[in-house]
Unconditional design. Sequence first.
Length: 155
Amino acid sequence: MGSLLQKMIVTPDGEIMEATYLNTKKYTEKFGMYRETEGLDWLLDMDGKEIKLVTYLMSFTTNNDTFRVVLGTTDRHMIGKKLKMTQKTFQEYIRRLERKMVIYRLSRNELLINPRYFFKGSSGEVPQKMVEFYELYNKKFGTDKIPFPSYPINS
């Protein structure tokens, strides 16, 4: 095709007055997705600020690892300001998301987003990334109650 409709102005009788297209050969779009394969209870258990925070975190995923988030001090301050959170509140929300298994903290500046719920990139990577996420989570929190995917994983 080569183009993507960006804007269209249509008269009440259906006549197209103006249409603006982007050349898709020069334009690439970045997006993340949430998964509903295993239901949406996990999403309904989150409050509005938790959902907004995860959405912002998705935009900080690195290109070489689609589930890793790297946040500098400036990034944390910017996100906190947009969500009207103090840095103390921001850190509390990060802890809450980790307790809910939505994220896993590798360090102060690095997080993993649980690919069982949110991911960016190829869906074919999700099963293996889920195993990696839960292995780290189980090791940190000393539990084996975290469910692994019920479908086969290509190693």
